[in-house]
Every structure is written in structure tokens, then in C-alpha cells.
Design a protein around this ligand. Structure first.
Ligand code: WTA
Length: 663
């Protein structure tokens, strides 16, 4: 295994490029021999084979055939731009594929989820138990009048009843709309209204950092404004006092108590709606992303299997919240379709101890860990000593998702959490794509820290400039996808024009992902963040990700967020918010040093104008840095919509600090 130091590079943008390619990373990590020899995918030829139309069809037909169909599909897919359909005419039920199939195959006693509560209690739920509980709830929902084609809102903490609720909806053919438990009543009401949900499944509360969150009270508030909901099913989790609306509210445990443990699964067309998941835009109302049945399930099952290299004995832990697409695809549907044993943890990964996450991984002998760069950087801030006493030797594969991962965070993850033996799969995808699209295959791909490497077999991606012309290797531009894929969104609920406009109008015939991307000379993809996160400094389009990565490569820096601020001379100037690692103090000297460090690492044109040291950064509840807010603060503008902000006090703390220009 080679581990060289990151090289410094002169900026050398390719002809016609629209985003500068500044930061260069020289370290490479081939698959460890022991890993590669028993991986599910060992032949690199698969990428080439699946790139032809014929190979692409053969790949997905084989994946489709792994599923259990009530009626077989005919044609593999149709593509009536911008609408794809997959597994035409096939009928199936997702819950049968995730549960009954494994029980019928004799795996009923296999653990589906090890659940760990934040306060410490645990449950091991087998596939048989999960099936029976799903059927009870499915029967209960039917008894309340919920029918195929209805929409059901779910607003729950990370408890086993959450996947049960999703699977019960799938069993009876109702589409679920999970709203993350950290969202406000207002956000919940808006989403319920948009989809005209007929029922809500919630809980009295949940635990987060030792406190009981008041879910039912939020839900009640939302339901006062959302008359479409006729029934609310409430899981008793915390036992806290709740208000009760007779006739509308039902305790989950009472409702399912007398229900039979079998329920006939609704035969669903491959293209029937499985779920809606809302993604927040920056200003406009959230978009209800539509995912359907057959293609979605085949897509998440295949990507989960091959990218995480799933074997029967694996213990897989995706640390995301089920309320995000990562949880839908890679805690619930992909892993269950593959009969995987997983871990679900209710609370904060650093509560009550900084190494709570490592204690859990050690306790269940987790073999695969899938988390977000924001979590990795938070653990970096605590330092590796915080989990030195936890035995992480069972781990064999690590994954990252949600943001570009800075090469230093990647290297730290590989070294300290992975013990220098686990491949790191940096997986690029979106709520809209439903499944992972750009990713290493851990048995064959030589990794480069910070790069999501190559498109998944059969995925046709490109990097184009403003006019849509492909940018040659070595340059940067905008990521587009050129061929339908089974788990792709089928639209925005109730708003076909917005679907067309958002994803298909900028480059006709191609899906516009909204992300900047560069490719190096070997064709590796390096994601550069959302297009809005590109600065324009003296006519150079510079990605905030690259400047952040340069900052994080300095030993004093734990985390950085970079935005462009209006500048009379350069158009925009680079403004950096920096969180220091413990043991470092803010000073003018350090600030000057960091500015030189960035200039040295990626070139003088990217030397920051200003560094502001801050104890924290505003993040969405899924952990993405809210650069829009940071831009507003840098520009001293009033702040726009802050409903998705996780902790509002952070903004006040940052505003309270006075930054001064250092030029
Ligand atoms: C970003 C999360 C770089 C990207 C699954 C995308 C990433 C947005 C990566 C989607 C990655 C996700 N490298 N950027 N590995 N993964 N992103 O809908 O900007 O919550 O467009 O889906 O996250 O976020 P979403």
C-alpha cells in the first residue's frame, strides 16, 4: 500500500473548463489483497462491460431477477425523456422482498437489526419478528381505512417501529412520507399538506443527547393545520405526558395488540409509488421526490450489495437517520432486501461519551461503517485518543456520504477508524438518484482520498461546461447523468413543470445534478459541492470544497467552511470560517499562517481574504454546512429561511464575533 504526501500543484485549468482544478492529491490506496480476494466484484472488466447498452441491460436484468416478483416483468425499461419506467408490467411487494423472502428461505432467526437506545436498552429483532410486527401494523392501518394509493406521514425517532411503519405502508401499497424527527411542526404540516396524507405515524417522544424530544406535541400542532390526516398512530417511547385527541389518536401498542401476524401483501406495479421524500431547496418550497417500487428496490439492493461488499456474516452500520434518503436506501430497503444484519442507534454518536459510537461498533462487532464527513470531522476534533480503548478490529470497510470528504478527513478515517486496513468508499448520490451513482467498488478500485472515483457499473456520467460541452480530463465543470437508472426519481409530487425545469432544462436530454465536479488525468471524479458553492474570484471559478480541503490539511484545523463575499476589487473574495482542533488558539499569526498555507497548497489566486475563527458552524439537521447562511453573515445581510437549521444559537455566536480584513 502506498501512502505518499499530498503533492502541491500549480493551477492548470483545462481549456474550456468552468471550475478551476486546483487541489491535487497524490496518495493512492489499492484494494488490500485480503479484501480483494473475497470481494463480490473482483473483475474490473465489469465497468467496461456495463458501459454498452447491451451490457447495461444485462447487468440490471440480472439484478431485477434477484427480486421476487408476483408477476414477471416484460421489457427492462422505457425512456420517454424525462420519464423512465423500469421492469415494465412486473408486480411485486417491497415488504415481501425485504422480509417474507428471507423467512421463507430459512433465515427467520437472523437478526435484521440490533437496536441500541440512547439511554442504553437494546433489542435484537429477527427477520421473523420484523415480518410479524410489520403485518400487525399493516392490518391495523387497513382497519383504520388506509388503502393502496394513500399517503401516510411518518414522524418518528430512530426506533425499530420506524422501519416497521415504512414496511407496513409498503405492504398495503400506501406511499410513506417520512419527515425527519428533528423538523418543526411547521415543516411537518407543509409536507403533510403537499401530499394530502391521510394518516400519521409518530411517537410520544424520542431521546437525543439525554433529553426527551417532544414529538407528539409537534405532531399535534401540525395536525391542527393539516386536516387531511384522519388518524394518528402513536408509539409509546418515552412515556412522557401527551395530549390526546379521542377518535383521531391511537396508541400503537393497543392498535396492533389483537392483529394477526400475517397480512396479505398488496401486489404493486413496478411503477407504483413507494414513497415521497422531501428535500429542501434554499428558498422555494420543499420538493416531494417520488420513488417507485421495482426499479428503486433493484437499484438500492444492487448498490448496497456490491459497494458495501455484503456477505452473510457482516454486521453493517449506517449511522445516518432513517429520515434522510441515506436511511431509506441504506438502512431500510437495500440492507433488508439483501437480508443483512444491521445496527440502528437512536441517539447522538457522542452521547453520553465521546466514543459512544465506537462502544456500539465494538459491542456488535460491526464490520462495515457508513457515515458522513461532518461526523468524521467531529470525531477528528475529539482526536483518536477518545476511542483508543474501543476494539474496532472487526471493521473491514468504511463508507462516506453526504458531502465532499476532504482528503485529510478521509486519511484520518482510513488510519484511525479503519486501522489502515479498510477500504473507504466515498459514495456520491442524491435524494433524487435514490441509489449511489459514483463510487469505488472496494475489491477493484484504487482509491484516492477525496475522490468518489468512478460511476457505478452502467451509470453514464459526464462533466460539462456552461454550454454543455464535455470538459476534457484534467478540468472541472458540472456533473450530468446521461442514461436512466432504475432508482431514479420519477418526478416531483404534484409539480411536473418543476421536475422538468430543475433537472432537465439546463442541458436538454441530460440530468443536471447541481454539483460541480472535476476529473483528473486518470478519469477519477472529484465532487466539488453544490454549484451555488462556487466562488468567482477575479474571474476564476473556485470551488469552496477545494479551499476547505486545503485548510483542513493544516494540523491546527478541524473543520472549515468557505464562502465568497462581494469584493470591490476581485468580484468575490474568499471568506473562511475555521474551527480549530483542540489545543490550538486563535491568533493573528495563525490566521496569516493559514492564508499562506492555502496559497501554498492550491495557488495564490485562492489565498483567503479573511479567516474567522469560530467554535461551531451552522448545519442542516443532516449535517451539511449551510453556506447560504454563512454568505449572508459574511455579507452582513439579514438571514433568509432558517427552518432547516439544526441549532440557531450557532448563528448568533458567529455574528457576535467581529472579523476584520487582513489585507
Ligand atoms: C452532496 C444524500 C460529494 C452533493 C445522499 C449532492 C456529496 C447532495 C456526496 C445530495 C459525496 C452527497 N461527495 N458530495 N460522496 N454525497 N453529496 O439529497 O452535493 O441529502 O448533490 O442526498 O449531497 O444530498 P442529499
Amino acid at each position: 500500500m502506498t501512502t505518499q504526501n499530498a503533492g502541491k500543484a500549480e493551477p492548470a485549468p483545462a481549456e474550456g473548463a468552468t471550475i478551476e482544478n486546483l487541489l491535487r492529491e497524490e496518495r493512492t490506496f489499492p484494494p488490500p489483497a485480503g479484501f480483494a480476494s473475497r470481494a463480490l466484484i473482483t473483475d474490473p472488466a465489469i465497468l467496461e462491460q456495463a458501459s454498452t447498452e447491451e451490457g447495461f441491460r444485462a447487468f440490471w436484468d440480472a439484478e431485477g431477477k434477484r427480486l421476487e416478483w408476483m408477476e414477471p416483468y416484460g421489457e427492462l425499461y422505457t425512456w420517454d425523456l424525462p420519464y423512465a419506467k423500469w421492469f415494465i408490467g412486473g408486480k411485486l411487494n417491497v415488504s415481501v422482498n425485504c422480509l417474507d423472502r428471507h423467512v421463507d428461505a430459512g433465515h427467520g432467526d437472523r437478526v435484521a437489526y440490533h437496536w441500541e437506545a440512547e439511554p442504553g436498552e437494546t433489542r435484537a429483532i429477527t427477520y421473523r419478528e420484523l415480518l410479524e410486527e410489520t403485518c400487525r401494523l399493516a392490518n391495523a392501518l387497513r382497519s383504520l381505512g388506509v388503502r393502496k394509493g394513500d399517503r401516510v406521514a411518518i414522524y418518528m425517532p430512530m426506533i425499530p417501529e420506524l422501519p416497521v411503519a415504512m414496511l407496513a405502508c409498503a405492504r398495503i401499497g400506501a406511499a410513506h412520507s417520512v419527515v425527519f424527527g428533528g423538523f418543526s411542526s411547521e415543516a411537518l404540516a407543509g409536507r403533510i399538506d403537499d401530499a394530502q396524507c391521510v394518516a400519521l405515524i409518530t411517537a410520544d417522544g424520542g431521546y437525543r443527547k439525554g433529553a426527551a424530544v417532544n414529538l407528539k406535541a409537534n405532531a399535534d400542532e401540525a395536525l391542527r393545520r393539516s386536516p387531511s390526516v384522519k388518524h394518528s398512530v402513536v408509539v409509546r417511547r418515552t412515556g412522557q405526558e401527551v395530549e390526546w385527541s379521542e377518535g383521531r389518536d391511537h396508541w400503537y401498542h393497543e392498535l396492533i395488540a389483537d392483529q394477526p401476524a400475517t397480512a396479505a401483501p398488496e401486489p404493486m406495479d413496478s411503477e407504483d409509488l413507494l414513497y415521497l421524500l422531501y428535500t429542501s431547496g434554499t428558498t422555494a418550497k420543499p420538493k416531494g421526490i417520488m420513488h417507485t417500487t421495482g426499479g428503486y428496490l433493484a437499484g438500492v439492493a444492487a448498490t448496497h450489495r456490491y459497494i458495501f461488499d455484503i456477505h452473510d456474516e457482516d454486521v453493517y452500520w449506517c449511522m445516518a437517520d432513517i429520515g434522510w434518503v441515506t436511511g431509506h436506501s441504506y438502512i431500510v430497503y437495500g440492507p433488508l432486501a439483501n437480508g443483512t444484519t444491521g445496527i440502528i442507534y437512536e441517539g447522538a454518536i457522542d452521547y453520553p461519551d465521546k466514543d459512544r459510537w465506537a462502544q456500539i461498533a465494538a459491542k456488535y462487532h460491526a464490520t462495515i461503517l457508513y457515515t458522513a464527513p461532518t461526523a468524521i470531522r467531529a470525531l477528528m476534533k475529539y482526536g483518536a485518543d477518545a476511542f483508543a480503548r474501543d476494539d474496532l478490529s472487526s471493521l473491514r470497510l468504511l463508507g462516506s456520504v453526504g458531502e465532499p470528504i476532504n482528503p485529510e478527513a478521509w486519511a484520518w478515517y482510513w488510519k484511525y477508524i479503519g486501522g489502515e486496513r479498510c477500504p473507504v468508499v466515498d459514495t456520491w448520490w442524491q435524494t433524487e438518484t435514490g441509489m449511489i451513482m459514483i463510487t469505488p467498488l472496494p475489491g477493484i478500485t484504487t482509491l484516492k482520498p477525496g475522490s468518489a472515483t468512478f460511476p457505478f457499473p452502467g451509470v453514464k456520467a459526464d462533466v460539462v461546461d456552461e454550454s454543455g460541452t464535455p470538459v476534457p480530463l484534467g478540468g472541472g465543470g458540472y456533473l450530468v447523468l446521461e442514461r436512466p437508472w432504475p432508482a431514479m426519481l420519477r418526478g416531483i409530487y404534484g409539480d411536473p413543470e418543476r421536475y422538468q425545469e430543475t433537472y432537465w432544462s439546463r442541458y436538454p436530454g441530460r440530468y443536471f445534478a447541481g454539483d460541480g465536479c472535476k476529473r483528473d488525468d486518470e478519469g477519477y471524479y472529484w465532487l466539488l459541492g453544490r454549484v451555488d458553492d462556487v466562488m468567482n474570484v477575479s474571474g476564476h471559478r473556485i470551488s469552496t470544497t477545494e479551499v476547505e480541503s486545503a485548510l483542513v490539511s493544516h494540523p491546527a484545523v478541524a473543520e472549515a467552511a468557505v464562502v465568497g463575499r462581494t469584493d470591490p476589487v476581485t468580484g468575490q473574495a474568499i471568506f473562511c470560517y475555521v474551527i480549530l482542533r483542540s489545543g490550538n488558539e486563535p491568533s493573528d499569526a495563525l490566521s496569516a499562517e493559514l492564508r499562506e498555507h492555502v496559497a501554498g497548497a492550491i495557488g495564490k489566486l485562492a489565498r483567503p481574504k479573511q479567516i474567522m475563527f469560530t467554535p461551531d458552524l451552522p448545519k442542516t439537521r443532516s449535517g451539511k454546512i449551510m453556506r447560504r447562511l454563512l454568505r449572508d453573515i459574511a455579507e452582513q445581510r439579514s438571514l433568509g429561511d432558517v427552518t432547516t437549521l439544526a441549532d440557531e444559537s450557532v448563528v448568533e455566536a458567529i455574528r457576535g464575533q467581529s472579523g476584520k480584513d487582513e489585507d
